[in-house]
Write a protein that binds this ligand. Structure first.
Ligand code: UDP
Length: 240
């Protein structure tokens, strides 16, 4: 792995689960993962021991794996147990959700039976706007509101589909079903679309292939217990 030495400078942004810092290098940032967990629009709050470190390391591993399949990401290198060096991106305020199995909001919205394997993966877009509770939008909204142009959306969809295919088999080999997940994209220095944010049990639903046991943030959302254990188990399998 590339050894990039940078120093943590001013805090640039703090969200619910991560803090982003500037470095002495204009183009590089440090993304630090917190143990804080929130759900239901921030109404439920808690802490999951070691989540920051697990999510940082899981995300780093998955970004590296995706890069080997020519998916450009913001990942540069690990910085510490719970932080990574990333490329500065101009983020597109759209959450891209990919689904392989019906659950969560898909079941609530359309009445599909929970756990139904989808014949075709579904891609959805949500506007990143907490005050408006992240409303679902479509490609035309994204373009009309000026968040991305038609070529960018086409590329984002292509990357999301590729990421889904690559990660589905990555997780399946480790006895997990990739049920659904959320991605965020941005533009790098030269305007090139890259994957940003994180891919972790905070942003994916992962079910054990044999038992169907949930190994992700749903354990926290639904008070299922053994929350920290689930993150630790995903970490163990991702590095096996
Ligand atoms: N997701 C996320 N952040 C969000 C909303 C959703 O990471 O703000 C992820 C979530 O973990 C799941 C997928 O996107 O893996 C689909 O979530 P869904 O729309 O079913 O929402 P939920 O049921 O969590 O409200």
């Amino acid at each position: 792995m590339k050894e990039i030495k940078v120093k943590k400078k001013k805090k640039l942004y703090e969200g619910k689960a991560k803090i982003v810092y500037e470095t002495e290098n204009e183009e590089l940032l440090i993304q630090e993962f917190k143990d804080d967990a929130t759900a239901f629009d921030g109404k439920k709050k808690g802490k999951i021991k070691e989540k920051g470190a697990f999510n940082n390391q899981i995300s780093g591993r998955l970004f590296t794996f995706l890069e080997s399949y020519h998916v450009p990401t913001h990942f540069v290198s690990q910085f510490s147990a719970n932080a990574m060096v990333i490329k500065r991106l101009e983020m597109i305020p759209v959450e891209v959700v990919m689904r392989n199995v019906a659950t969560g909001s898909l079941v609530k919205r359309y009445g599909v039976k929970d756990g139904t394997e989808l014949d075709h993966p579904i891609i959805e877009f949500y506007l990143k706007d907490d005050a408006k509770h992240d409303p679902m939008i479509n490609e035309d909204h994204v373009i009309a509101f000026g968040h991305a142009d038609a070529d960018e959306i086409k590329l984002i969809k292509r990357y999301a589909q590729k990421i889904n295919a690559v990660l589905q088999s990555f997780f399946f080999r480790r006895d997990m079903v990739l049920v659904d997940f959320k991605l965020e994209f941005g533009r790098g220095k030269s305007g090139k679309i890259k994957l940003g944010d994180e891919i972790s049990p905070d942003t994916c639903r992962l079910w054990d292939v044999q038992s169907g046991e949930k190994l992700d943030k749903d354990r926290f959302r639904q008070d299922l217990g053994k929350v920290e254990e689930a993150y630790r188990e995903v970490h163990r399998r991702v590095f096996s």
